[in-house]
Design a protein around this ligand. Structure first.
Ligand code: ADP
Ligand code: MG
Length: 299
């Protein structure tokens, strides 16, 4: 099991932790993050590789560089936070990683697949299987219940309806919502809706979760619970989390923090370097440290 206090080490320093045969197996698995791979998840294996990606927009005759030659490798199982002021290019970067938008220049690789060059149909399939998305505004389907929202990616991926319903119930229980399976989004609080969105993001056992300002619409306490839930999911399942955030509490659960400014990477810091300034989430927020996912009830 992965130690919660483990920090992500640099690729070079962790390269001796796993033997090559395990590496070989992992390379052949299109969807890292499955339970049996958890103990191997924190290593040098690159899950997402952003290679010299630029995205420009033409607005009224002017060229706007939303992303300007960004390169970044994201490692299996790490919790990576992307910080930066509004308009710095965070969502644009997410849209590149998730295949929602295409780079003007450069490539996004998911494992060894040139994701950004795939035909849309294959991109959609890979996204459905390997990437979970969490949005600031939850983006649940309003006419569907919590359970149906979580089932949706499974059904789109071709799952059996009964099995999808069972898995949705289990995932919603994991995020403490077993008593809200049949509620629609408008019958849930913001924090509960975001927990449904977390359950939905895990529906197809993805290797990567992209969370774009997941606490942006929540009050501080509820935001803390969401951060704790995301962090627990990342540790327990070995899922790679890439999260855009303004929320400094998010930094304490992050293995690395990337700061972007004007579409460029400005700075990359490891958690060890951050500790001095911000401490851990437990130091600052005892209530969160003590609460389990199922017990949180502040919303
Ligand atoms: N569809 C678009 N057309 C033109 N400009 C855009 C579009 N989407 C984003 N931008 C611009 O790209 C820059 C980065 O935006 P965004 O990635 O949304 O920033 P962030 O998520 O960090 O707030 C901003 O200047 C924004 O105005
Ligand atoms: Mg944004």
């Amino acid at each position: 099991m992965v130690d919660h206090d483990d920090t992500i080490s640099s690729p070079a320093s962790s390269s001796n932790l796993v033997d090559d045969s395990v590496d070989e197996q992992r390379t052949n698995d299109p969807c890292l993050g499955r339970a049996e791979l958890v103990e191997y998840a924190r290593d040098k294996s690159v899950v997402v590789s952003i290679g010299d990606v630029s995205r420009t927009y033409r607005v009224g005759g002017e060229v706007l560089h939303a992303l300007n030659h960004v390169s970044l490798d994201v490692y299996a199982g790490e919790y990576l936070s992307i910080m930066g002021p509004s308009g710095s290019g965070k969502s644009t970067l997410f849209n590149m990683i998730g295949g929602i938008d295409t780079p003007t220049q450069g490539d996004v690789m998911i494992r060894d697949v040139a994701f950004s060059k795939l035909p849309r149909r294959l991109q959609a399939r890979l996204r459905n299987r390997c990437i979970g998305y969490i949005f600031q505004t939850y983006n649940l389907v309003p006419v569907m219940t919590a359970s149906q929202n979580v089932m949706l990616p499974m059904l789109l991926g071709g799952a059996d309806k009964k099995q999808a319903a069972q898995r949705a119930a289990a995932l919603l229980a994991e995020v403490g919502l077993d008593h809200r399976l049949h509620h629609r989004p408008d019958e849930l609080s913001g924090g509960q809706q975001q927990r449904v969105a977390i359950a939905r993001s895990l529906a197809n056992d993805p290797s990567i979760i992209l969370a774009d300002e997941p606490t942006g619409n929540l009050d501080t306490k509820t935001g803390e619970q969401i951060i704790k839930t995301l962090s627990d999911m990342s540790r327990q399942r070995g899922v790679t989390i890439i999260s855009a955030t303004h929320d400094h509490k998010m930094l304490s659960v992050s293995d690395r923090v990337v700061t972007i400014r004007d579409g460029r990477i400005d700075n990359i810091e490891l958690r060890d370097q951050l500790h001095i300034e911000i401490g851990s989430i437990e130091d600052h927020v005892p209530a969160v440290a003590e609460s389990g996912i199922g017990e949180v009830n502040h919303e």
